[in-house]
Design a protein around this ligand. Sequence first.
Ligand SMILES: NC(=O)c1ccc[n+]([C@@H]2O[C@H](COP(=O)([O-])OP(=O)(O)OC[C@H]3O[C@@H](n4cnc5c(N)ncnc54)[C@H](O)[C@@H]3O)[C@@H](O)[C@H]2O)c1
Length: 439
Amino acid sequence: MTSTKADIKSPEGKLGVLIPGLGAVSTTFIAGVFLIRKGLTAPIGSLTQLGKIMVGKGENTKHVPIKDFVPLANLKDLEFGAWDLFQDDAYDSAINAGVLSREQLDVIKDELKSVKPWKAVFDRDYVKKLDGSWVKKAPSLWDLAQMVKEDILTFKKERNLDRMVMIWCASTEIYQETVPGVHDTLANFEKALKENNKKIAPSMIYAYAALDLGIPFMNGAPNHCLDAPALRELAEKNKVAMGGKDFKSGQTLMKTILAPGFKARMIGVNGWYSTNILGNRDGEVLDDPESFKTKEVSKLSVLDQIFQPHLYPELYKDYTHVVRINYYPPRGDNKEGWDNIDIVGWLGYPMQIKVNFLCRDSILAAPIVLDLALFTDLAQRAGMYGIQEWLSFYWKSPMHDFDKEPVHDLFVQLMKLKNTLRWLMDVPLVTYIGTESYD
Ligand SMILES: NC(=O)c1ccc[n+]([C@@H]2O[C@H](COP(=O)([O-])OP(=O)(O)OC[C@H]3O[C@@H](n4cnc5c(N)ncnc54)[C@H](O)[C@@H]3O)[C@@H](O)[C@H]2O)c1
């Protein structure tokens, strides 16, 4: 193992993973960690657990496991805390989600039963399709934020935690623009919390509570909570890592793999139509047009940055990009996605590509949650705060500084991630191309 950069704090001690939303993704993630710890399954899909990184050059080239190269928390040191508006513990919720088999869940039943959600901060105006009773009540939004902080601090004490990260795995909220006077500055935001301003979404309350306690916050849904300049100000003030948004798991992952290939070969695209059927609770929530709008904006954002129509008008000017999600209960978590891509070749001749992806949404998302928990904790221990652009690899709609454009190409994102790890460990960055530079 390469020597650790002096200013990265040690990962010794326990890491608490705080999760708003104990549903399909989060229970699949938690159950996976319990099963992996017992040596019963492999962490497929996780870069932190299976990925390698190339260091050195020529004869001295080595391919080192990422988890040996950078000081990451060990899976045995993870503790899980969650909030939900349904009282089901992680075992019951996982059974209900129907992603993993009962047989597999029963092996870790006691561990899953011990993850019991705290009452949620919830407002039906933000997720119209859900209604639960396991919800905090308080005179103001400010008081709700204090209650979330109490949950966190009690958990920290009870489990003897050294550090924590928060990852939003709760439902997609309705589309919420930044409102001047409410979300723009920290002072206005805190005032609005005290005045019970309904423009503050529940996700913002969790994010505020975490960032105010110096705990990094990562946003797995397309909610705009971290776009509030007030919360960015808080993260800068407390020197806390943050990032989002929307796990890049299925159809969008395929898009950011395929589109850079078309672009590289100067193949034109006239249209890209994506639709899917999905029957889990996430699908039900997204059946509400206002929650779907948040998702749609996130999903639509990826192609323009890759195709750069302003630089390549002959290939991509006015291409049509449509995204649909259809709630179809029989499929549960086993989403089926169809992409029809109308491409254009030499002399303008049209061709079509059809992608039919029979995926499992939470199986794809769970390793992303694990990697984000471990890499975010690493960033925080290394003193990296604010938006973690190097983790764009994991997001459909990567957050970035106001004056920059996000990067969507999966392979550029991976190079940035690995070079950030090299930079952290004081080894030369890889900027040349060779077969060995896949790592
Ligand atoms: N599965 C994927 O591939 C994927 C990809 C990208 C993003 N996401 C997003 O991840 C999130 C979770 O997806 P899922 O499939 O687990 O959904 P899910 O519906 O199974 O789980 C979400 C849980 O959050 C709870 N919840 C809602 N509002 C809450 C609040 N304010 N506080 C606490 N709990 C709350 C719900 O009761 C539910 O149990 C969704 O926003 C989804 O859009 C999922």
